[in-house]
Ligand binder design. Sequence first.
Ligand code: HEM
Length: 159
Amino acid sequence: MTLPTFCDWLSNTPMSLKIQTVLWIIPAVQTVHILCVTIVMTSMAMLDLRLVGVAGRQQLMSRMVNRFVPWVWWTLPILLISGSLLIIGEPSRELLNPYFRAKMLMLLTVIAITLVVQLRNLKDSTFWESRKLLAGCAGGISLLLWIGIVTAGRWIAYY
Ligand code: HEM
């Protein structure tokens, strides 16, 4: 089955037709999605700017990792569910969209980086504090990826 055929099949399922025809579902789901985006972006901006060394320098990096990373793991499942409902409602608009694919690629990459930051910190709470250049690289790349994810997410509608 090709992806366009799969999109056609999905958009004719009862669940997709419900999402397409009940007017409040898509705006309500997008609202939940955007509220979660604000939580993820605020948490990760605080942490990444600390790792880069431009903000929150009075706080230990390990404390910031422990404080902000859990917000990402709590919020991502809600983003995944709300995002999946948007995909089921408009499969072709999302799955055939290069911005959507770029967004998912960047998301997988930044999840991997965030896991490394957290696991290294769990193993040795001085790991990042004693490797400022590495911390700066991790924080910088992570922040750029999150900005890229938001940008791609918004541009999906304009492809
Ligand atoms: C976890 C997996 C995720 C999935 C499956 C997903 C899926 C989607 C989908 C399908 C849309 C609708 C695009 C449209 O039709 O206009 C969307 C919009 C968006 N997403 Fe995600 N997303 C996910 C995670 C994220 C994350 C982690 C962020 C940022 C931190 C994000 C930011 C956005 C933004 C800014 C929009 C545009 C919202 C709007 O214009 O109303 N998404 N997402």
